[in-house]
Design a protein. Structure first.
Length: 355
């Protein structure tokens, strides 16, 4: 009877061990020259956020084992040890992943990876790049035609985003694949946000090249806080300070008293201000409320206040190449740009144009 009890107990222990392995996850291995280092595993989001998943200590012989109760969700993960980093790509099926090699070669990916196909494929590609056995054309083809969408998306930031407009079909395809393969995750949303941010920045840089002193100022026709539209072109005949700002911008708010002072000094002589707010980007009602409150608090009493409530996706900001605020453009009576960012000498510039 006692022998039967111990046999059953042994079977129970074996079954429990196998069952916990099925549910859980282990990252283990051996790294030469990594003795006694702390190791962390973090989940990487395309928004640049990192979420700690687990930690472990490398022993004196360079061996380590990090155990998790649940298998990691599909995604991009980063192993950190000392000052070196290694990316892993999990599809959600991983139970045991093993890393072996030399710590000094970690960032060259000159290590052996088992238990994760995506991670192994990425390490092999990085080794080829480090040895210069493949070039950027090979890498671009890999990203466009590769089978692992997370790897494609991660590498696309380096390979495709430097010429985003030309590569938009490829990055949009990656975004669509992220939607299909990772429904409910943040990867597709964050990736599309990066596309929008980079495109806005590149469009702004291109526009900034076109905004030159002596050129006619591009038209802006947008609603104010009350919904009434205001046109920049309608102010032709006046000297106009075109002012890009926002309620949330500290430097803008600190500059506003100076703008108010110049307005009060010259408003009866043919000078006015046309303010474009970069508020918004979220709830339109909240953006409008913050915008209106800042106008009242800073006593910005001129009539022409406009915004499309798109924050950094603001169309006028892109049109004028605005990448930081406050930014101002001084327009002469013909609607041409006479000065860009005239701050210390604003009074003198306005007085000169009013003569």
């Amino acid at each position: 009877m006692k022998q039967l009890f111990f046999s059953l107990l042994s079977l129970l222990v074996i079954w429990t061990s196998c069952n916990s392995l099925t549910k859980g996850f282990e990252l283990e291995g051996e790294l030469k020259n990594a003795a006694n280092m702390q190791m962390t595993l973090e989940k990487v989001e395309f928004s640049n956020n990192l979420k700690l998943v687990g930690t472990t200590q490398v022993d004196g012989a360079g061996k380590f084992k990090l155990k998790l109760e649940e298998k990691p969700l599909p995604g991009v993960y980063m192993v950190k040890a000392g000052n070196k980093r290694l990316l892993l790509f999990f599809d959600g099926s991983e139970k045991e992943v093993k890393l072996t090699g030399d710590y000094n070669n970690l960032e060259k990916y000159d290590i052996n990876v088992t238990g994760s196909k995506g991670s192994k494929d990425y390490a092999e590609l990085m080794k080829k790049l480090a040895s210069q056995s493949v070039d950027q054309n090979y890498l671009k083809n890999y990203v466009v035609n590769g089978q692992n969408t997370l790897i494609n998306a991660t590498l696309s930031f380096q390979v495709l985003f430097n010429e985003l407009n030309a590569n938009l079909p490829a990055v949009n395809k990656i975004a669509d694949n992220l939607d299909k393969e990772f429904p409910g995750s943040s990867y597709a949303k964050d990736y599309r946000n990066v596309i929008a941010q980079v495109k806005t920045k590149m469009d702004a840089e291109a526009s900034a090249m076109k905004i030159k002193i002596g050129e006619l100022a591009p038209e802006i026709n947008l609603p104010g806080p009350d919904g009434k539209k205001h046109s920049l072109a309608a102010l032709k005949g006046k000297v106009v300070l075109l002012d890009f700002w926002a309620s949330w911008c500290g430097p803008c708010r600190r500059e506003n008293p100076h703008v108010v002072s110049v307005y009060n000094q010259f408003k009866d002589k043919g000078f006015t201000v046309f303010s474009v707010s970069l508020d918004g980007g979220g709830d339109p009602a909240q953006g409008t409320a913050a915008w209106k409150n800042a106008i009242a608090q800073d006593k910005l009493v001129w009539e022409n206040h406009v915004s499309d409530l798109k924050k950094w996706q603001s169309e006028p900001a892109a049109m004028y190449g605005v990448q930081s605020i406050p930014q101002t453009f001084l327009l002469d009576k013909e609607g041409k740009i006479a000065a860009i960012n005239p701050r210390e000498n604003l009074e003198a510039e306005v007085a000169k144009l009013l003569k």
